[in-house]
Design a protein around this ligand. Structure first.
Ligand code: FAD
Length: 278
């Protein structure tokens, strides 16, 4: 069972728990992006099992009145087993989601997977216009070129700064340079994209930049933040713009939880305070 400490960042272990979390979060005006925890599978079994779990989840979402969608990781659907397996499993999830009217996001993993992920996204987005989105990372030097390619694809794009640690020949390593890239990537998206822009950031400066770009270009956009991070800001923003919360769930929560705790001082303090009070 999920300890109370972890329940700030993780919606539960089961699909029923993430759907219940979505119901409560929807009541605050925020949509929920459900992510079943699991990644880096090197065998077909777990990749196929998570694919089947996502097929069931999108059916459950479709049968509900929840404002919810899903986000999948390429290595969870089998990319590290074989690119063909990833394409097959992604196709299964997207077909099932389309038949239930549910949107599918594709997370972006480390830089060695970018080509395979964008190729798979483009193929699915052209077959299921309006039903699929992909994440791109501003810390990668290639992203400005990738955005030019994506401008012509009928799908949504989530822009993030990047959670991985790529080498300097492919990525900006300096935080200020990443922020500069994020600003200019966002401006390109607001100017050139017709299918909406997703701002995947907790950074107040980037959220203000997005609001300014919306005023200038009129492009629709949504804000996406992680469960447990700036939750009050998510609720406050929801009156003014579409807000979606990325909510992980599943039995593999310990690794995700510790990643969140270790990445920021605020999260580590929260964990220490909770342990001290336990
Ligand atoms: P940072 O640059 O880390 O911080 C800037 C400012 O934001 C801080 O000074 C602070 O004011 C505020 N802030 C940030 N974090 C916190 C916090 N915990 N508590 C309080 N204030 C905070 N990365 C990938 O590589 N691939 C993905 O597919 C992916 N998907 C994502 C999906 C969503 C919905 C989100 C929100 C992020 C995703 N990420 C993904 C992670 C992303 O790349 C960043 O690592 C992460 O969002 C941190 O960058 P930031 O822009 O939020 O803020």
């Amino acid at each position: 069972m999920l300890p109370p400490l972890a329940s700030r960042f993780v919606a539960g272990e089961s699909a029923a728990e993430v759907l219940e979390h979505a119901r409560r979060t929807n009541e605050r005006g925020v949509g929920v992006i459900c992510n079943r925890l699991g990644e880096h599978y090197h065998e077909r079994g777990p990749a196929d099992a998570d694919t089947a779990a996502y097929e069931r989840l999108v059916a459950d979402i479709g049968a509900s009145d929840l404002r919810a969608c899903v986000s999948v990781k390429p290595s969870q659907l089998g990319l590290q087993v074989d690119e063909g397996l990833f394409r097959t499993n992604l196709g299964r999830v997207v077909d099932a989601a389309a038949s239930h009217g549910v949107f599918v996001w594709i997370d972006m993993e480390d830089h060695t997977t970018t080509d395979a992920t964008l190729d798979a996204f483009e193929a699915e987005a052209r077959d299921h216009a309006g039903g699929v989105g992909v994440c791109v990372q501003s810390n990668l030097r290639r992203t400005a070129d990738d955005l030019e390619r994506l401008a012509d694809v009928p799908g949504k794009v989530r822009l993030v700064k990047g959670a991985y640690d790529p080498p300097a020949d492919v990525a900006y390593r300096d935080k200020a340079r990443v922020n500069e890239a994020y600003r200019s990537d966002l401006e390109f998206m607001f100017r050139e994209f017709d299918d909406g822009v997703a701002v995947g950031s907790h950074d107040p400066a980037m959220l203000t930049h997005a609001a300014d770009l919306h005023t200038r270009y009129g492009t629709d956009y949504e804000v996406q933040m992680l469960m447990g991070v700036r939750t009050d800001a998510q609720y406050d923003l929801a009156g003014a713009v579409d807000v979606w919360q990325y909510a992980p769930y599943g039995s593999e929560w310990p690794a995700y939880f510790w990643r969140r705790v270790m990445e920021r001082k605020e999260n580590a303090l929260f964990a220490l305070r909770a342990l001290a009070g336990a």
